[in-house]
Design a protein around this ligand. Structure first.
Ligand code: MRU
Length: 341
């Protein structure tokens, strides 16, 4: 199934619980805004485009759960839910984008029934469009890959970070669909291991060759000629920087040092055209994510911890940005990204 979807019989959100992978593949239901927020905070659903869909479906869920019989009451309920959902994770812009897009779609509703109908239609459109955009993006990006390339990636920018297909991994899927032999090196992505738990799992499901390394091995593999290209996703692209999973910046510096192309694959919904890097809040996560590995204590319980979920890669380290509208090269004139090439 898709990473996140709507159950029309129960009128609730369904998603793959990504915290259980690769050990267990389990579909869970979110019947309330509280359970959706818990799922987002715990990373049961994660990855910028998937969060866009979660935000959209979240507003639809709030509309279905609203007990108000008046349109004003229903609107108040969904707006409050939208704020709560947006507050769960501040860095990935797609989350607020998805919430706002669905809130905008219900503005013309005349009654509570229409609020529900319009919200759900828009949320479903976000999900369907995400798949189409990733496949378009994949086609554009595949032209940058050569037969025989080994591509290094970080975190999970695959189908599980999106509704389906993926951004960075979507490019690899599209290139392989074109018959190119592409191999992947996946960085484990400490501290929550999206690379080792999710990227390797979904690539192996698709029989795409993948080798797992620790994040700290990326310099070694790039210096030793084992990487032809790096492709990562993005949580937010401002005028001057790409925000992505912590560790991305380090890979970009090493890639630049060794003349390896460093590509970012992201839909236009990930762009924050108005803002600059220093205006963006980087999510700080709980210290225990570094003090424990699962249930196993790996640091003193009272050690001070700094645990940012994302970092910013300056545009000068980025070789190209791959979107559903085409591939864009430096100097990145973000306004051009809105127009299909
Ligand atoms: O904390 P996460 O797992 O939500 O972080 C995800 C990433 O950093 C991804 O690389 C990014 O969202 C791009 S997903 C296509």
């Amino acid at each position: 199934m898709r990473t996140i979807d709507w159950n029309t019989e129960k009128n609730c959100i369904v998603m793959i619980d990504q915290t259980l992978l690769p050990k267990e593949y389990k579909i869970i239901e979110c019947n309330t805004i509280d359970s959706l927020c818990e799922a987002i905070i715990k990373l049961r659903v994660r990855g910028a485009p998937a969060l866009g869909a979660a935000g959209g479906f979240g507003v639809a869920l709030a509309a279905f759960r609203s007990k108000s019989s008046t349109i004003d009451g229903a609107m108040k309920d969904i707006e409050a839910a939208g704020k709560t959902i947006i507050a769960t994770r501040p860095t990935a812009v797609n989350l607020s984008w998805g919430v706002k897009r669905v809130l905008g779609a219900v503005e013309d509703a005349n009654n509570v029934k229409e609020v529900r109908l319009f919200a759900l239609d828009e949320a479903k459109a976000i999900a369907d469009e995400d798949v189409k955009k990733n496949m378009d993006l994949g086609e554009y990006g595949a032209s940058l890959l050569d037969d025989g390339d080994t591509v290094m990636t970080h975190c999970n920018a695959g189908r599980l970070a999106c509704v389906d297909w993926g951004t960075a991994l979507g490019v690899i899927r599209s290139a392989r669909a074109q018959g190119k032999d592409i191999k992947v090196i996946s960085c484990e992505t400490r501290p929550l291991n999206q690379g080792s738990r999710i990227t390797t799992w979904e690539l192996m499901e698709d029989k795409i060759p993948v080798i797992l390394i620790t994040d700290s091995m990326s310099g070694h593999v790039m210096r030793n000629g084992m990487v032809d290209k790096v492709i990562v996703g993005a949580d937010r692209i401002t005028q001057d920087a790409v925000f992505n999973k912590i560790g991305t910046y380090t890979h970009s510096v090493i890639a630049k040092e060794h003349g390896i192309p460093f590509y970012v694959a992201a839909p236009v919904s990930t762009f924050d055209f108005e803002r600059m890097e220093d205006e963006i809040e980087i999510e700080l996560r709980k210290p225990d994510e570094l003090r424990f590995f699962g249930d196993h204590q790996i640091a003193p319980l009272d050690v001070e911890v700094y645990n940012p979920a994302f970092d910013a890669t300056p545009m000068e380290n980025v070789s190209a940005i791959i979107t559903e509208n085409g591939v864009f090269y430096p100097p990145f004139l973000l306004e051009e990204v809105k127009i299909k090439v």
